[in-house]
Write a protein that binds this ligand. Structure first.
Ligand code: MG
Length: 276
């Protein structure tokens, strides 16, 4: 896989990935503003779809065979791929929201985790926020590593170390990040943990979705009867954060962050550079 030409986009192709990244970011910002106790996950899905379509995009998760929603919404012990529906978010819930948009044939993919406030359960909320913060921190550590890495699998080591620095958590191994471009899921795999082998070269044209999935306990999961929802076997909480990132001649740019990742990367001493 090292250096295989198909893994690397041209500068013109990278430019085409800016718009779907920003539309994806806008859909998550709209959902973030709407998350509260009492809202259903299907209502959040409608908000994300309206945001993407208003920008001229297409919800790309709908292109997955058999899937008919804009978002995946995964609550509490659900890790990823939760299907929006009538579930009402309750105070204290930890919900991960994954969204993606296609625009003019190119794709964006990103996820965030939110803890619904619950003043009556301060400890629970703090515990869940710590899990989400550890996962988000690990995402940014992985993105920062991409900025300086020579080979892609350096990212997994950075994510693993970042998660471990925050406590006793599990990193899912059944699901990993991926390349992204004309398709939402492309080669190469992007591991969230140390693996044998260095992986492909990190060089201009590489575009990857980095997406650590972190649990409060075991990493064993199962798929629920709906055929989609991935949940922890031990019933403990999970969090998921994701961005799509372009490597180009002058640096990296987080396509699914409005600021290109400037805020998230600042503590790592990395300054993202816009795709030109
Ligand atoms: Mg993804």
């Amino acid at each position: 896989m090292r250096g295989r030409p198909g893994l690397y986009k041209s500068p013109a192709q990278l430019r085409l990935m800016v718009a779907p990244g920003l539309i994806t970011a806008a859909s998550l910002a709209a959902v973030r503003a709407a998350v509260r106790a009492g809202v259903t996950t299907l209502e959040l899905d409608a908000i994300a779809e309206a945001t993407i379509r208003a920008a001229g995009g297409i919800p790309n998760f709908m292109k997955e065979p058999g899937y008919s929603h804009t978002l995946c919404t995964s609550v509490n012990d659900e890790v990823v791929h939760g299907v929006p529906g009538g579930r009402v978010l309750a105070p204290g819930d930890i919900v991960s929201v994954d969204s993606g948009a296609e625009f003019e044939g190119w794709n964006g993919d990103a996820a965030m985790t939110i803890v619904v406030p619950d003043p009556s359960r301060v400890d629970l909320v703090a515990r869940r926020r710590a899990l989400s913060d550890a996962t988000e921190h690990a995402l940014w550590a992985g993105i920062a590593a991409l900025a300086t890495a020579r080979r892609l699998n350096e990212i997994g080591g950075a994510i693993e170390d970042a998660v471990e620095s925050r406590g006793s958590y599990g990193i899912l191994e059944d699901y990993v990040g991926h390349g992204i471009g004309r398709s939402m899921h492309e080669e190469p795999p992007v591991f969230n943990y140390r693996v044998r082998g260095a992986g492909p070269d990190v060089k201009p044209g590489l575009v990857v979705a980095i997406e650590p999935m972190v649990t409060a306990g075991s990493i064993q999961t199962h798929v629920r009867g709906d055929g989609w929802t991935v949940a922890t076997d031990d019933g403990l909480d999970a969090a998921h954060w994701e961005h799509s990132i372009a490597v180009h001649a002058d640096g990296i740019w987080v396509l699914t962050a409005e600021d290109g990742g400037a805020a998230g990367l600042a503590s790592f001493g990395i300054i993202p550079v816009p795709v030109a």
